[in-house]
Design a protein around this ligand. Sequence first.
Ligand SMILES: Cc1ncc(COP(=O)(O)O)c(C=O)c1O
Length: 387
Amino acid sequence: MRREPVRPDIAELELTGISRIAVGAMHDPEVIPLWFGESDIVTPDFIREAAKKALDDGQTFYSSSRGTPALRAAILRYHERIYGLGLAEGRLIVPGSTMLAVTCACQCLLSDGDEMLLIGPYWPNIARAVAICGARIREVRLNEGPGRWSLDLPAVEAALTPETRAVYVNSPSNPTGWIMTAEEQRALLDLCRRRGVAVLSDEVYHRNVFTGRDPAPSFLEIAGEDEPVFVVNGLSKGWCMTGWRLGWLIGPARLAEPLAVLSECMSTGATVFAQAGAIAALEQGEEFLATFRERCRINRDLVMDILGGHPRVDLLEPEGAFYAFPRIEGVRDSLSLARRILHERKVGTAPGYTFGRGNDAHLRLCFAIDTPRLKEALERIVQVLDD
Ligand SMILES: Cc1ncc(COP(=O)(O)O)c(C=O)c1O
């Protein structure tokens, strides 16, 4: 019998619920899109100009596969400025997008039969990055209330097995908007130290903060430079640069060489002229970050007013990122509800089931778009809930 040209576990992978709902409707201009994790703001001029200049200057050649020297230096200066940290240069790779940085970390950590514990609800692509390493996921859901989402540390401890290689945590969180406190980070790191497990911390929303300190607390601030702690980050979410595909990974100092090899094999480095735009973003972006954050804060309050007050909705106030993750009373099939909202009222939402176990009564809404359009979308959703 002829063998299929695909690994059986890869053949089993399914599209995420976000893609399932958006396929076929994502180019319909009548749909108000709250399903993807991005704003409708075009990347600011000063960032685009820097990339255009690099292109005009002929920056069209290979550069270091770990990131151009200029961007690497800018990322290190940025960490010095926002966290007061002097990081060793060898710990950093810029393979391309933040998603690719996650993939590099997973490839570094996981082999066939290993496990990664995901703190949920979690962005579904992470589970797929684990699966393509031949590894399995376990999930531990955050405590949902009272008042806020919070880490269930005893449940995390109970879920660790001899196969667990790492715990993945994302804060500020997609989809809940939870921000992990510094105390929660310390407690999780202590547990992982005791159990010999690595941490993969996804901090891509670190500047999308409404509650507490900006930037959000980082594992880089508490972990030693040679500890098995991998921090991924990138420009997509704070600077409205989703189409640029730029992110980075900071890993243990002693793994500088394997990380460099991974970066080389994944993409041989990110697009060179795009990296010039990233330098401008990191060095001149504070004003834009504050303006965007304020828009999202206003929108967050609008979501809380319109949806949070609805009798069928339980919604914990997002502390960061730009998503609301309401639980809708009486719903058992979030995909059907998202389909109804799309077909009856032309609003694109993401079904909760795709964010891990225990979320099938939820929807995820991205609230980073223009405020009047968001208001219109929320009112249409309420019409469906009232029907
Ligand atoms: C939690 C999380 N991590 C990583 C990413 C990937 O970011 P990028 O678009 O920079 O690859 C996303 C994007 O939605 C995300 O929500």
